[in-house]
Design a protein around this ligand. Sequence first.
Ligand code: FE2
Ligand code: FE2
Length: 275
Amino acid sequence: MPEFRLTQISDPHLARRLPMLTDNFHRVSEYIDATRPDLVINSGDLSFDGPIQRDDLDFAKTLHAALPVECRYLPGNHDIGDNPTAVGPPPAQSVTPQTVDAFISIFGEDCFRFEAAGWCFIGLNSLVMNTGLAREAEQSDWLASQLAGVNGRPLALFLHKPFYLNTPDDPELAASAIRYIPQPVRARLIEMLRSVDLRLVASGHVHQRRDYMHGHVRHVWAPSSGFIIPDRKQEVIGIKEVGLVEYRFQPDGFEVRHVRAPGQIDVDLDSLSGM
Ligand SMILES: [Fe+2]
Ligand SMILES: [Fe+2]
């Protein structure tokens, strides 16, 4: 395969009771139907409130299953609960073995590895990190074994939460700790990845589009396909808009395109309250 075309969507936050988000997902679906990438990866927050309302997960799966191309799924905090941090308050909804199992039963494995166009692609469940759950240790062991088999290929990593704001050494702040991979797991993960040719970290979660380099690694924050968060609730870091991200991988490099599906609307989170 000379080229591998991958489309990343993220954070659709689907629920039957939120038709504006469903409409935005349909616009994304139409765009995917028109462009027909080789694979779609959804980097999490598939559902609006999966840990409490299982129907949100089922509804999200139904809509994704109707996509005309293969789709792989990673969990978000709104699907399985959030991870604890050293500096912030405990999450309102913690990850549990039951929420992870519910996700896997509906969407399949919560992490993956595959190869295409000379690249290795790995997806991780970023919400079990720092939880102490058996699943966290299982995934860490699995990742170590996968990295041992990369064999010099460039690596693209997908996960719900971004690594950090700008650098690995960014201090963990109470107000923003839940936005990134929590410490000390972040440092351990970055250390594990030193043994491979990591080129791309693709995440979601922040609902802001961003694309920057740190060293040789390109960090792409996919926007939500569903809604934006108002400034009074979340500072501006990147671009607040809905949309998706397209990638073209070739053995000697990759390209990134930041796009919006025709008809996608910048739904504001405030307009969803009370629904
Ligand atoms: Fe989200
Ligand atoms: Fe999230």
